[in-house]
Ligand binder design. Structure first.
Ligand code: HEM
Length: 189
């Protein structure tokens, strides 16, 4: 096993990230339906993850802000918020949540460039989520905290499993939303 949990975690969750990346890339961020679906996935996934974050922690505050911004963008687009299932009680290591949300902000810079190609002014007016930049200090702090966890410990294994669980939550939400968006795009028969 790689001795550094920060790199080990990336390696162990690479296929989970790729699965999420693949399904999310089906949403065309330059169309109203595609961008609404993309926002709805993030909104309902982060709302579910809020239940796992300790009240008043920096993680919870970061999630609250992301959820508010996603809500604002959905309202700007006149799009519905997706249903979400309140997750059953489960302990998720806070470091797994931090890794997922700060990492998703890194990746969001690529997605922002896709969104910026939109010509529809309604889409370009929904700026709240993508105007939240990645926070390099927080990302560095998360990486440092991961590196400080002994890689061959029970906690390290729990962090890997919890991160995979959170990616799975995103993936399942995205698959459900993709089905709904495709139905919306297809003419009624
Ligand atoms: C189409 C969708 C996505 C694309 C194209 C994408 C792309 C990327 C890219 C290019 C990076 C590396 C950024 C860098 O090192 O500067 C990254 C990192 C990351 N992304 Fe994504 N991402 C997507 C969706 C997501 C989602 C929805 C999540 C979370 C639920 C996520 C979680 C992460 C994590 C945790 C990292 C850090 C990986 C590491 O260095 O250990 N990504 N992503």
């Amino acid at each position: 096993m790689n001795q550094d949990l920060r790199h080990h975690l990336r390696h162990r969750t690479q296929s989970d990230h790729e699965n999420v990346d693949r399904v999310m890339s089906r949403f065309d961020l330059t169309t109203l339906k595609g961008f609404s679906g993309f926002l709805a996935i993030h909104h309902s996934s982060f709302r579910a993850i809020q239940y796992f974050a300790t009240a008043d922690s920096p993680t919870r505050l970061a999630l609250d802000e992301m959820v508010q911004r996603l809500s604002a963008d959905l309202a700007t687009l006149g799009a519905a918020e997706a249903d979400f299932v309140v997750p059953s009680a489960k302990n998720i290591d806070g470091l797994a949540i931090d890794y997922l949300i700060e990492g998703s902000r890194l990746g969001s810079q690529i997605l922002k460039r896709r969104w910026m190609a939109a010509e529809d002014p309604r889409i370009r007016n929904a700026t709240a989520y993508f105007s939240l930049p990645p926070d390099p200090q927080r990302w560095r702090a998360v990486c440092d905290q991961l590196s400080a966890v002994p890689a061959q410990s029970d906690r390290a294994e729990a962090i890997v499993e919890d991160t995979r669980f959170l990616f799975g939550l995103f993936y399942n939400t995205a698959r459900t939303q993709l089905g709904q968006t495709i139905r919306l795009l297809e003419p009624a028969v």
